[in-house]
Ligand binder design. Structure first.
Ligand code: KE4
Length: 428
């Protein structure tokens, strides 16, 4: 049997790029096998190097909320590109983007555009440290905020101390300032503030987490976080790079009815092009250079072509009824998967928030990373590959969320569920 084009491309890619990929999760290491090299994508589909079509439930890990190659977005990008790609000087489009983001996220009076979620989260933390004069930050096991050194930390044995790097190359001197706690655990958060309250610059959280699979914060967790931050003068930072404009137009803060001090955005706001952002109250943001002493910069920040993609995407996303439709389709998928699995006698559960979903080979929806790890990961791997063989592309990891676009219609979901029913019957 001759190697497929995907096999050939993967072998070739590994010669000149570590692991053959430009971002680790794409290498299929968690599920095994050969990644699919995408040649083109349209609506809810992409085609791989062997010409096979897949129903795509990753959508570039969130940005493709309108479906791939949305005609309006493509036109906006093409039109902007004809006027030049990048100037390193301000443009009106950046003002329009900032005004729109501040309108859609009222807790942000000012916003700074950057090129990736990592940059946005890293800069938000630097701003929190600069504005408070404090060094410690709190994050939660299972939440991912990009790969800045301060955030590549795993809980040490002595939870509130000895926090160690989760990556080589990150000095202990940096990670000692990061406290890692269990997600959804108010008592640990209270203990951390009791011990270090006056040294904590911020608490950063994915209020609706998507990097340990989809795991929601409990309302109590968010409420206790807000109260502790207010009590101790720490800033509460919502990292909604993944969930922003995907779970609801007003994001997690509208769902929980909570106003964070800073919001970190990405993915959807670029519509597939590199746009991310962080923002908050004016008196906080004015600490940023050139007004204030906290330095932050970027050659391609606010890139005009990327901003054109983002503005067009956000205009569609803001249309009346968009999130109701997106949420209904996503719920159809999640509920259908659960029903199909349980009809086959398989321990399975799912969750869906707006256009984001998770499914778990366990009877209960997880509330923490350890719950996800306790699910049947081997069964997930089998299910992933069996669905991939049937032309359905879920995230290649039991620790990732899934994404539906407005281009996924009832027929697409039904085709997915038909394939799932077939696969579950083989898993039983
Ligand atoms: P980027 O630097 O990848 O644009 O964003 C980092 C980031 C920050 N915050 C949250 C909540 C995120 O989900 C992300 C990135 N998400 C991953 C998905 N697990 C991107 C996929 C990848 O790393 O290739």
């Amino acid at each position: 049997m001759t190697d497929s084009r995907n096999d050939q491309l993967f072998a070739r890619a590994q010669k000149t790029t570590p692991g053959g990929v430009n971002s680790p999760v794409r290498a299929f290491r968690q599920v095994g096998g050969v990644p699919r090299f995408v040649t083109r994508a349209e609506g809810p589909y992409f085609w791989d190097a062997d010409g096979k079509r897949y129903i795509d439930f990753i959508g570039s890990w969130g940005p493709a909320i309108l479906g791939h190659a949305h005609p309006g977005v493509i036109r906006a990008v093409q039109e902007a590109a004809t006027r030049g790609l990048s100037f390193g000087a301000p443009t009106e489009g950046e003002i329009e983007m900032a005004e729109l983001l501040c309108k859609l996220v009222p807790s942000m009076e000012q916003v700074r555009l950057v090129s990736s979620g990592t940059e946005a989260a890293m800069s938000a933390i630097r701003l929190a440290r600069g504005a408070t004069g404090r060094s410690k930050i709190v994050k939660f096991d299972g939440c991912y905020h990009g790969h800045a050194d301060s955030l590549l930390v795993k809980a040490g044995s002595g939870m509130l101390t000895f926090n160690t790097p989760s990556s080589a190359g990150v000095p202990l001197e940096i990670t000692q300032h990061t406290i890692v706690l269990d997600f959804n655990d108010c008592s640990q958060l209270e203990a951390a503030f009791a011990s270090h309250g006056d040294q904590i610059a911020c608490v950063i959280v994915e209020p609706i987490a998507g990097n340990m699979n989809l795991v929601r914060s409990t309302p109590e967790f968010i409420a206790c976080m807000q109260s502790l931050c207010q009590q101790h003068g720490a800033l509460m930072v919502f990292d909604v790079v993944m969930s922003g404009f995907r779970v609801a137009l007003g994001g997690a803060q509208s769902i929980y009815g909570v106003t964070p001090d800073m919001t970190v955005l990405g993915k959807v706001i670029g519509g597939g092009m590199p746009v991310a952002a962080f923002g908050g109250r004016r008196e906080l943001m004015r600490n940023l250079s050139p007004e204030g002493a906290v330095y932050q910069a970027g050659t391609l920040s606010g890139n005009p072509v990327a901003v054109a993609s983002g503005l067009t995407t956000l205009a569609e996303v803001s249309a009346p009824g968009f999130h109701e439709r997106l949420g209904a389709t996503t719920k159809l998928l999640a509920d259908g998967l659960t029903q199909a699995a349980r009809d086959a006698g398989i321990a399975f559960s799912s969750d869906a928030v707006g256009g984001m979903f998770g499914f778990y080979f366990s009877n209960d929806v997880p509330t923490s990373l350890s719950h996800v790890s306790a699910s049947d990961i081997d069964r997930f791997k089998h299910f992933f590959h069996a669905m991939l063989d049937r032309g359905v592309y879920f995230a290649p990891s039991a620790y990732e969320a899934g994404f539906v676009s407005i281009a996924h219609d009832a027929a697409t979901i039904e085709a997915t569920l038909d394939a799932a029913r077939e696969v579950f019957s083989t898993l039983a």
